[in-house]
Each structure stands twice: as C-alpha cells, then as structure tokens.
Design a protein around this ligand. Structure first.
Ligand code: DMJ
Length: 541
C-alpha cells in the first residue's frame, strides 16, 4: 500500500509540474514557441547522434610550463605578494560563507548576488571565475572545494537566459584554464557541455550570434538597448580563443567554424574610416549606429584579434593583419594628446570624437605592449611607448581622485584632464583594466614604477573597498566618505587579484611565450596547430 501511495504522489507531482510548464509556455509568443519546438527536435536528433558518439578524444596536451613558479627572492616583493594572496582568501572565504553557489556576493548584506548576464539560476560564477587564481596562488584546499562544487552542482540544463559573451569568457574560459592548470577532466567536460548550450545562439540569418540565449530552449535574442536589434562587436568578437580550444580538445570543428565564419563576414564588410562600428545587425548583416570604441562594446574584439595570432604561435597571420589594420585606424581617428600632454583614446560617434575614456579602455595599454613585437614596419618601439603613455594616463586617472582608485570614465575636455565629470561616472567597481596594463608593462619593461603603481592600487582597494564580508565597489572615488555598491564582482577574483599577484611574481610564472590570457584573465596555452587538423584554415595548414 505504501508503494501505491508513493506512486500516486509521484504521478500527482508530475502532473502538476507538467501543468505549470504548459502555463509558462502559453505566456510566450508564437515565434518563441515555434523556436522552442525546433530546438527540442534538434536536441532529440543530437541525442540520437550522441548515442553512437565516442568520448572526447585524447589530444596531446600543449606545452604547459610555468604553472608552479614565480616565487620572488626579494622579501619585500614576497610580502606584497602574500598580502595579495591574503586578499584573495578574504574574498573567497566570505563568498564561501555567505554566497556559496550564487553567482556573486553582496559583502555587506552578506548574501548571494546576481545580474541578468548570468540568467536567473545559481551558476556559481565566482567559483568558476576564481579557480585558476586559487590554483596559481597555491590555495589548493579552496581549489578542491570549488572543483567539488562544480562536479556535483554545475548544471547547464536550466531554463535560464544568459549572456553568450559573459558565459564564454568567465565560464568556458575559466573551466578551460582550470583544466589546463590542474589536468582535471571534469573542467574540460563541463566546458564542452556548456559550449554545446551556447551553439543555438549562432542560429541567425547571418551566423552572427545573439547576445543572449536560453540554455534550455536555445532561443536567442539581443539586448533591447542595442542599436536597432544589433549584436555587439565586443560580444560576438570575443569568442575566438575559447572556441579554438574547444575544437582542439574535442576534435570537433563546429566551434572553430562558428568563429571563423564571423571573422570572414567582418572581413568582407566596408568599414567607415577603417573603423569597426560597435553594432552589427544579425538579421541583415549591416552595421548599426556608427559608434566605435576601444572601451565598452568594442574593447575585447581588438584584443582577440591580437591574441588569436599569439595563441596560434604567431601562425594566424590573417588575425594579425586585421589587428594591425584596426589599430592603425584607431590611432589615426581616436588617439589624441590632451593639452596637459596626456595620451588618451576617445570614442568615435557619428563622425565626432568624444574626448572621454573609460576605465575599460585602459586595458589597451597592455594590448599595445603585447602587440608591439611583430608589428608592421617594425614599429615595436612605438607601440611599447604608446602602451606606456596609456598606462601613465590611466594612473593619472587614479592619482587625481581622493581614494586613489580610478573612476569608470574620465574626460579631457573644458579644462578637465583625466577626471570624471558626471556623478554616474565616478564609481569604481573593482575593475582590473588599469592593473592589467601595469602588469603587461612590467613584463615588457621591468620599470619599477609599474610595481609601485600596482601597490598603490592594492593599498587603496584594501583600505576603501575591503569590508568584513569581502570586497565591495565604491560609488564615488572623489568622496572621502564613499558609499559601497555592495557587490563583489567575480572578475575581482578572476582578474584584479590575479594581475596584482602576477605583478609581484617572477616572470617564469605563466610566461607570455607559452600562455595567452583571455579577456577575463584566464590563461590558455599557445597551440601548435600545424600538426592537428582544423579543417578549412589556411593559416594553420
Ligand atoms: C571583464 O569581465 C572582462 O575583462 C571584460 O572583457 C570587460 N570587463 C570586465 C571587467 O571590467
């Protein structure tokens, strides 16, 4: 009788669940429902295929050197490095205690936090983003805890609409880096599972992916705010590194083909003044608003052109050429010197240069330095100098504030130099870009001022952003009594603390000849693809 009762309860529960799901479905538009049906059909076909598909093929691991190195001999540098490790532990322990499994932490309210980029489910973004930083810092118990959570709980079959770009750079990038550093298969398997869930986003008339995709239904769409239904350059243009690695690890060219298709399409298009606009319509294949930026909306597209070349062991000349062409146009139209002698990168809006630079744009100093070697007409010295000038400008944007932390955006207009003017541009949300540039400049020049500037930033973060429940962003870097935004961003653990730690480590930790950092600071090894088959790529043949 007990068994009968149990069965009856189960049938009742299943019935109620099905009713709930049907109700949810009816709320959707006809198009959405049709797309969902199509995706379900595709899934069945895929599942059938999978039944006879083999497990992931073993591939030769690339040259993984400099994973456990970097210990500085100088006791002062050692002490600074230990302090940064302690900050990482503080950020992690509090997330562990108050936000475990949630995407991010609210360090003041001491509870989980999430934004729409991660959808509505608990995907443990901080865990995945932090893994490789924990690993290189030697925080192995914490790394194991993270691994265990991922193994048992990270599930992508959820009815949740996520940002394709964010999930790629933080989750796929984070999982792949954790796999290469630790050799633990679980990370590779999860990365491949997740990538499969992103693929439906590419089902658009042009093959330019939607900004968002529902992980369960595969239905994609774009942000409502993006110019006339456009996809964003920095989003669909920041998939290459991770997708090439996915094809390498699985032997399946599908990922590689998706990103090469995007590249080919971009190559064919006219560019106003040689500049790439930030918006591209995935239905028509036409540019949206003519707005070009090396900061938000554009930034990592340029970064990934350069890094595609570096990651291919400098074989992918097509990517290098696209990078060189893009940077030449940017220098001509966007880079200027202020009256006070500060080099800045402005934004191009419909034929007009806005003399404003974002914190996000500051990553470009490091990019110029990284791309100096191999540049056209042997302009290596020029690009290293440009990198140094951007680093200097971005340091000024920190130095001219009360908290010695940089604002979100700063102007070079109307007597103002490297200072935020509008109230809503005065915040600092634990972003990494300025420190990232200090680190690259340090690696290429060993000028001690970069360590000094990095240490100033470390102290400012510890003094003004640290609270007992973790680290928080601040709303006004010009105020001596700032208020907190109560968010510990996952990129603080993935990037800001990692770049600081690398800045105070020896260069043999993750050497740049062997590793390329994705835009979320996840290190991926250089691939020597000449011996492997990635069909259709003349650059690798
Ligand atoms: C990170 O998620 C990545 O660096 C991305 O490319 C842009 N900015 C954030 C951190 O500021």
């Amino acid at each position: 009788r007990e068994e009968e009762e149990r069965l009856r309860n189960k049938i009742r529960a299943d019935h109620e669940k099905a009713l709930e799901e049907a109700k949810e479905k009816l709320k959707k538009s006809r198009d959405e429902i049709q797309a969902e049906i199509q995706t379900e059909k595709n899934k069945v076909v895929q599942e059938l295929k999978k039944k006879d598909s083999k497990p992931l093929p073993p591939v030769p691991l690339p040259n993984l050197i400099g994973i456990n190195s970097g210990e500085p001999a100088d006791p002062d540098i050692q002490e600074k490095r230990n302090k940064i490790k302690e900050m990482m532990k503080h950020a992690w322990d509090n997330y562990r205690q108050y936000g475990w499994g949630h995407n991010e932490l609210k360090p003041i309210a001491r509870k989980g936090h999430s934004t729409n980029i991660f959808g509505n489910s608990q995907m443990g973004a901080t865990i995945v983003d932090a893994l490789d930083t924990l690993y290189i810092m030697g925080l192995h118990d914490e790394f194991r805890e993270g691994q265990e959570w991922i193994d048992k709980n990270l599930d992508f079959s959820v009815n949740s609409e996520v940002s394709v770009f964010e999930v790629n750079i933080r989750f796929i990038g984070g999982l792949l880096a954790a796999y290469y550093l630790s050799g633990q298969e679980v990370f590779k398997i999860k990365a491949v599972q997740l990538a499969g869930k992103l693929l439906p986003a590419f089902n658009t008339p042009t093959g330019i992916p939607w900004a968002m995709v529902n992980l369960k239904s595969g239905v994609g769409r774009n942000w409502g705010w993006a110019s006339a239904g456009s996809s964003i350059l920095a989003e669909f243009g920041t998939l290459h590194m991770e997708f090439v690695h996915l094809s390498y690890l699985t032997g399946d060219p599908v990922y590689y083909n998706k990103v090469m298709h995007i590249r080919k399409l971009l190559q064919k298009m006219d560019r106003p003044n040689g500049l790439y606009p930030n918006y591209l319509n995935p239905r028509t294949g036409r540019w949206g608003q003519h707005h070009t930026s090396v900061g938000g909306l554009g930034d990592s597209f340029y970064e990934y052109l350069l890094k595609a070349w570096l990651m291919s062991d400098k074989m992918d000349m097509e990517a290098r050429k696209m990078y060189d062409d893009a940077i030449e146009a940017i220098e001509k139209h966007l880079i200027r010197k202020s009256n006070g002698g500060l080099t800045f990168i402005g934004e191009w809006k419909n034929g007009h240069l806005e003399r404003k630079m974002g914190h996000l744009t500051c990553f470009a100093g490091g990019m110029f330095a990284l791309g100096a070697d191999g540049s056209r007409d042997d302009k290596a010295g020029h690009y290293l100098q440009l990198g140094a000038e951007i680093a200097h400008t971005c340091h000024e944007s920190y130095d001219r504030t009360t908290l010695k932390l940089g604002p979100e955006a700063f102007k070079f207009d109307g007597g103002v130099e490297a200072v935020a003017v509008r109230q809503n541009e005065k915040y600092y949300i634990l972003r990494p870009e300025v420190i990232e540039t200090y680190w690259y400049m340090w690696r290429f020049t060993h000028d001690p001022k970069y360590r000094q500037w990095g240490w100033e930033a470390t102290q400012a973060i510890d003094k003004y952003c640290r609270v007992s429940g973790g680290f928080s962003g601040v709303k006004d870097v010009y105020s001596s009594s700032p208020t907190y935004d109560d968010v510990q961003q996952s990129f603080f653990l993935a990037e800001t603390l990692k770049y600081l730690y690398l800045l105070f480590s020896n260069d043999d930790l993750l050497p740049l000849d062997n590793w390329v950092f994705n835009t979320e600071a996840h290190p991926l090894p250089v691939l020597h693809l000449a011996n492997t088959t990635l069909s259709g790529n003349p650059a690798y043949r």
